[in-house]
Design a protein around this ligand. Structure first.
Ligand code: ARG
Length: 255
């Protein structure tokens, strides 16, 4: 009986399968490896915070979609998208040709490059100096790719970690000579661990990287909504406000 009534109401409204914008629309699940400050982390209350979180929230608002962030470990993040457990991913993900084979990316929303973290007394001055050293990276990141290309596939000096903070704390405790990760994350860590005396070492040889939001391959409907949302937040000043909030200047912003 209830079903019959509902069916009638639906017929009357002729819109039950297509909720009007702003009404109870499908919730889009956003996978994020939230251990990558200042881009994504979880505060004491478990709430998601960071540049990526604010960007996607603002994009979603413009695009008229509802989003819910879910902590998703980096190692399973692309699989979660592929299996349909997540609708989109935001995790400081560098757009690479390799990944493009498996997922679709929005237009780039941020520029980055690799950066080396070492203890302050370290003699490391450029990337090549890492060749004989014990270097920590987060498994499967672009940091992993660059150090693997320097030291070779069979190097036993590359230490791979589930998360970048784990690699950095191993550096802190003396188990590593260096960590290679995205510039924003290394710079943030060095700035917040002044007592431990880290320094960041750059190398002009690090390639420019661009972050994108990922959707399942072929999900063009969602992709175009996200791209429209991105264009809208770049046009109305929201994007610039977020860059200023997290990075002070627009120096590394992708425009
Ligand atoms: N940009 C790098 C990459 O795509 C590192 C991203 C790691 N992100 C994270 N949330 N842990 O490989």
């Amino acid at each position: 009986m209830r079903h019959a009534v509902l069916a009638l109401v639906c017929l009357a409204l002729a819109a039950c399968d297509k909720p009007a914008p702003g009404s109870a629309t499908k919730q889009h699940l956003v996978g994020t490896d939230a251990s990558y400050a200042p881009f994504e982390w979880q505060n004491e209350k478990g709430e998601f915070e960071g540049f990526d979180i604010d960007v996607v929230s603002a994009v979603a608002k413009k695009a008229g979609i509802d989003v819910k962030f879910i902590y998703t470990p980096w190692e399973g993040i692309f699989g979660a998208l592929d299996h349909g457990d997540r609708d989109l991913l935001v995790a400081s993900i560098t757009i690479t040709d390799e990944r493009r084979k498996a997922v679709d990316f929005t237009d780039p929303y941020f520029d980055a490059h690799q950066l080396i973290a070492v203890r302050a007394g370290s003699a490391v001055a450029r990337f090549e100096d890492l060749k004989p050293l014990k270097v920590g990276v987060q498994t499967g990141t672009t940091g992993d790719v660059v150090i693997t290309s320097l030291q070779g596939r069979n190097s036993t000096n590359i230490k791979r970690f589930e998360s970048t903070p784990l690699a950095l704390s191993e550096l802190e405790s003396g188990g590593l000579d260096a960590v290679v990760a995205d510039n924003g994350v290394v710079a943030n860590y060095v700035a917040h661990h002044a007592g431990v005396k880290f320094k960041a070492v750059n190398d002009p040889q690090f390639a420019p990287e661009h972050y994108g939001i990922a959707v399942k391959k072929g999900n063009t409907a969602l992709l175009s909504k996200l791209n429209q949302g991105l264009a809208a937040i770049k046009a109305d000043g929201t994007y610039d406000r977020l860059v200023a909030k997290y990075f002070g200047t627009a120096a590394s912003a992708a425009r």
